[in-house]
Design a protein around this ligand. Structure first.
Ligand code: HEM
Length: 196
């Protein structure tokens, strides 16, 4: 879903290049993380559950970053000064990302934006859309390691609903698979083509 109201959120915009992988290859990746139509359904269920809780989820994630100076670092100029405006603008896009993650099935536009998100974590594009005064690259190891907190912390929010334990579990696994899938796509911006 594109959102014109969120600065820098360019999902679906003309200037976002098509994804550099075929739909067949994307499907193979989905199969690798055991992502199927049931997961799409459970992600949509998760979207309904999370909708009213997005600010609370972001509080937890931003709190987690704030508690670790080596993570806050990526929002600073490198000398310990965080760019507050940058933090706020990224927070808004992060909120929309939660919605889009739950808005399966994923199409070519969604896929194209994944590669853009990857670029925005690297020297190629970081800081650009917000004109931020921050370090220019997020080291890939943190991107991968961040999969765990982004996944583990979502469970309590999914459980805060009338759904059965089995449904909460299924939503949680669908979320986990989607985050792994997305971060896998984002790594494209980090490694030479022949290694990806
Ligand atoms: C941007 C998610 C890892 C720092 C973003 C955006 C999303 C996101 C959705 C906004 C994309 C857009 O512009 O529409 C994630 C997820 C991660 C992850 C799901 C791992 C599972 C990290 C890590 C850091 C980080 C480890 C370092 C603390 C940032 C920064 C931006 C950003 C600084 C702004 C990039 C820019 O200048 O445009 N991230 N991120 N992210 N993220 Fe991450």
């Amino acid at each position: 879903m594109s959102s014109d109201q969120i600065p820098g959120y360019d999902y679906g915009a003309d200037e976002i290049p098509d994804a550099p992988i075929s739909t067949d290859e994307f499907e193979r990746l989905q199969r690798t993380v055991l992502f199927d139509e049931d997961d799409e359904e459970y992600l949509r269920m998760a979207g309904d559950v999370l909708e009213g809780q997005i600010d609370d989820v972001l509080e937890v994630w931003y709190g987690f970053v704030a508690d670790h100076d080596f993570l806050v670092y990526y929002f600073t100029d490198g000398d310990g000064n965080p760019d507050e405006e940058y933090l706020e603008r990224v927070r808004e896009r992060f909120g929309q990302w939660i919605r889009d993650t739950c808005d399966a099935p994923y199409d070519r536009e969604w896929l194209a934006y994944q590669f853009e998100i990857g670029r925005r974590h690297t020297r190629e594009k970081k800081n650009e859309v917000d004109d931020a005064d921050a370090v220019d690259h997020i080291d890939m190891r943190y991107l991968v390691a961040f999969v765990y907190p982004i996944t583990a912390t979502i469970r309590e929010f999914l459980a805060d609903s009338d759904h059965s334990e089995a449904d909460v579990d299924a939503m949680y696994h669908a979320w986990f698979k989607s985050v792994v899938l997305q971060v896998t796509l984002w790594t494209y911006a980090y490694v030479p083509d022949e290694n990806w």
